[in-house]
Structures are given as C-alpha cells and as structure tokens.
Design a protein around this ligand. Structure first.
Ligand code: HEC
Ligand code: HEC
Length: 392
C-alpha cells in the first residue's frame, strides 16, 4: 500500500520547513559521551569480542561519531538530508538498533500505473526529508512519479560478522532457475565495484551493497549529506553543493565509524527455556521457513545464526508495486535476517507488518507453500513457532 499522503508532505515547502525545525530537535539529543559505559561483550549494543585498549578507544570514537549530531558548518546536507546523525534513525532499543515508522526512508519512481516497466526518474529514487535552511526549498518528488516505497531502518548489530561470510558460502545456496523444483529461486545480487570486478551484495533490503564500509559511505552521503574520502569502491559521496569544503569527514573518522559498526555483536538470544521453543524451531524447518531463512551461515569464526540465506527472493503477491534497484527486481528483497526479530518491529522492508504473525501471513509467491504450512498449524503449534521466533 503506497502512502501518498506522506509523500505529499515532502512536496510541500511549509511542511518541509516545519520538518526542519521540529524533526531535527525531535530526533533527539546525543545519547553517549566519552564516559558512557561500553556494554559487556555479547550484550545488546556491545562489542562481539574482547577489544584491546587501543581498539576500545577506536570503538568508542566510532560510537561517538555514529551518535554525533552533525552541524551545517561541518557540511551536513547535500544540501538535502534525512537526519542529522546515524543514531537519529538507528537507536531502538539502544544506539545501533532499528528505527520506527516515522523515520522510514522514502523512494519513488515510475511504473506506468503498475503496467511497467519500472523506470528511475531524474533526480534518483530517494526523497529526502529535510533541506538545509540556507538553500531554497524545492519539490522533492518528481511530478511523473507514480510508485512509492518506504524503507524501514534495520538494526546494525552483527553486520560486521555478516561482512566476513565468504561469498562462496552465500553463492552455494543460489537456485535462480529453481532446478530442484521446490518453487524457491534464490539468487545473489552481484554489484559492480568502481575499481573493477563484482561482489555479492549483502546489505540493504535489496542487497545493494557488498561491504559494511560501503553502506557507511552510502549512508553518510544519502542520509546525513556528508562527503568522505574516496576509497576507490564507488559508493561514497565525494562532493556536494553545500558550500563546505570536501571531504567533510576525514579518513580517520570514517575508519572509527567502520570499526564501531563492524564490531557490534549480533543480538543475543533471549534464552527462554520453555520446551515449546524447541518445538517451534522444529516446525520452522518442517513447514519450509528454513529453506530461505537458513538457520546459520559459516562466518569467519564459526556459524552465525542469522536465519537468512542473504539471497534475493520474491515473496510478494502478483501486482505488487515497488522499486527496482540495480539487478533486484520489483518484488525481490533479501531474506529477512531473523536474529533480533523481537527488537525490530514493525516488519518487512516497509514496516507494513505490525507483528511477526502479520509478516508471516504476508508471504506469497516463492514462500506460498511455507505460508500455507503456517496457516495449517494447530493453535498450539502457532504459539510454539511464535515463541521460538521471539526468542531469536
Ligand atoms: C533516516 C533514517 C536513517 C539514518 C539517518 C541512517 N540510516 Fe542506516 N538505514 C536506514 C534504512 C531505511 C536502511 C535500509 C536501507 C534500504 O535498504 O533501503 C538502513 C540501512 C543501514 C545499514 C545496512 C543494514 C542492513 O541490514 O543491511 C547500515 C550499515 C546503516 N544503515 C548504517 C548507517 C550509518 C552509518 C548511518 C549514519 C551515517 C545511518 N545508517 C543513518 C535508515 C537510516
Ligand atoms: C522463499 C523464501 C522465504 C520463505 C520460504 C520464508 N521467508 Fe520469511 N522472508 C523472506 C523475504 C525475502 C523476506 C523480506 C521481505 C520484505 O521485506 O519485503 C522475509 C521476511 C520475513 C520476516 C520479517 C523480517 C523483518 O525483519 O522484517 C519474518 C518474521 C519472516 N520472514 C518469517 C518467516 C517464516 C516464519 C517463514 C515460514 C512460515 C518464512 N518467513 C518463510 C523470504 C522467505
């Protein structure tokens, strides 16, 4: 369902101005300083291993930068932006977490009223929420746009460990032509790197970026409007139009943010000892959820229980309308990682599923038989499955 009313907001200068003055402060003040304790290793928002004293300094600096409310004189804005800090969206329930519906990022394009094909309009897909007050306001959404999509803020926890999963481990589960006839066609999203070659995309709802550092570059530019030094990979905003000398953040600042983001531990399991959790886990496999939400992939130091194959699948019903990004088609999204599911409601790429059960009932196409398996469960089995999912 498209939220046109919300989009109109972006086209309305007064509303944009209000957003500038109301939303920025509302996004909240910084939540950490040099003295904020570091959560224990393995705890939510803490590092994934013991860090050396030097590494701990870097981690804390990175956390400060992730939290920092950037200012106009530091170059925030391209001149458009979505928020003044990373934490402005990634903060629930702790810094590095997810974000509510009100923080969703908006995309638009044209698909001829659903008849297709999808085309990008001049100016790109993203409608920024805010424009610097020292630049004239303008319409954000192209007048020819007829398809809109929201994107919900995912958690950043555990992403550094996903970064280290060998490509061969992800590619081994591809089955783009459904050669085993199970109705499921998973495929990797191969992304061109500026310095040459292609890598497996694994970050973003449509697997558009291969490395976590690429996403940080992309977010610095796209969300906060900060330029950064070139690393030759091609996902960084090198220059903008805001009158502040580029790059606006230094290579050392980028390194610290990268260190922090890639050393956040995966969300810890709740550890509920109710025997129904194990029953739910067995059902998860037997009704076919685990065909895409593969319980673990082999990381650099052993198995990572992320419950995703990190491949693109289409689980949306016929007639679904949304964005094409790179090689990822309209209905194709990365299999949702289920670790930390209890922390990231609402669900699906656009946050349109309020509960875990809603998200399951929205599965169609490649996931139709798994959804039917769910619909045929007894009430106590449904309870066990949901108990298992809320333990992740
Ligand atoms: C306006 C809200 C917002 C702000 C501000 C924001 N993000 Fe995000 N972040 C998102 C959304 C939405 C996505 C999913 C994007 C997509 O796939 O379309 C995302 C995705 C990510 C991911 C990939 C997660 C995954 O599971 O693949 C990383 C890493 C990330 N953001 C880091 C950052 C950093 C670093 C900053 C600050 C420079 C930042 N974000 C600022 C909303 C935000
Ligand atoms: C064919 C592959 C496939 C199968 C089978 C499948 N899923 Fe999914 N699942 C996905 C994809 C792809 C998404 C992301 C879709 C989106 O965001 O639009 C997803 C998203 C989810 C989400 C939301 C995650 C989030 O963070 O928003 C939950 C919960 C979920 N699946 C549970 C299940 C359960 C339970 C089953 C079994 C009944 C199941 N899935 C079967 C591919 C699959």
């Amino acid at each position: 369902m498209q939220d046109r009313a919300t989009f109109r907001l972006n086209r309305f200068p007064v509303a944009a101005l209000l957003l500038l003055f109301c939303v920025l402060p509302w996004l909240g003040a910084e939540v950490v300083d040099e003295n904020t304790p570091v959560p224990p290793v393995g705890a939510l928002g803490g590092p994934e291993r013991e860090l050396t004293p030097a590494e701990l300094e870097k981690w804390k600096n990175g956390r400060l930068l992730f939290d920092r409310d950037w200012t106009l004189s530091e170059g925030m804005g391209t001149p458009e932006l979505n928020a003044d800090s990373c934490r402005g969206c990634h903060s629930d329930p702790v810094i590095g977490g997810s974000g509510g519906l009100d923080l969703n990022v908006f995309r638009y394009g044209r698909d001829e009223g659903g008849a297709g094909p999808f085309t990008n309009l001049p100016g790109g897909q993203v409608a920024s929420k805010i424009r610097r007050p020292d630049f004239p306001l303008r319409d954000e959404v192209h007048p020819d746009a007829d398809v809109f999509e929201q994107r919900q803020t995912p958690i950043v926890f555990g992403l550094g460990m996903i970064d280290l999963i060998p490509e061969s481990e992800i590619l081994a589960n591809e089955d783009p032509f459904d050669s085993n006839n199970d109705g499921i066609r998973g495929r990797a999203h191969m992304i061109d790197i500026a310095s040459g070659g292609q890598e497996v995309g694994r970050f973003g709802w449509k697997n558009v970026l291969p490395q976590i550092g690429d996403f940080i570059h992309d977010a610095l530019g796209g969300e906060t409007g900060l330029t950064a030094p070139d690393n030759g990979r091609g996902f960084v905003l090198l220059t903008d139009d805001d009158g502040v000398a580029d790059p606006e953040i230094t290579a050392a600042q980028f390194d610290d943010m990268l260190f922090y983001c890639s050393h956040l531990c995966p969300p810890p399991r709740v550890g509920n000892t109710d025997p129904a959790v194990a029953v739910g886990e067995a059902l998860f496999t037997s009704i076919g959820c685990a065909a895409c939400h593969i319980p673990s992939l082999e990381g650099a130091d052993g198995p990572l229980f992320l419950y995703s194959d990190l491949l693109l699948h289409d689980i949306h019903p016929a007639g679904f309308r949304g964005m094409v990004q790179g090689d990822a088609g309209v209905g194709e999204y990365r299999t949702g990682q289920l670790w930390g599911l209890r922390l990231s409601a609402p669900y699906l790429h656009d946050g349109s599923a309020t509960t875990i059960e809603d998200a399951i009932l929205r599965h169609d196409d490649e996931a139709l038989s798994a959804r039917q398996g769910y619909e045929n469960l007894s009430a106590s089995d449904v309870e066990a499955l949901l108990l298992f999912l809320s333990d992740l």
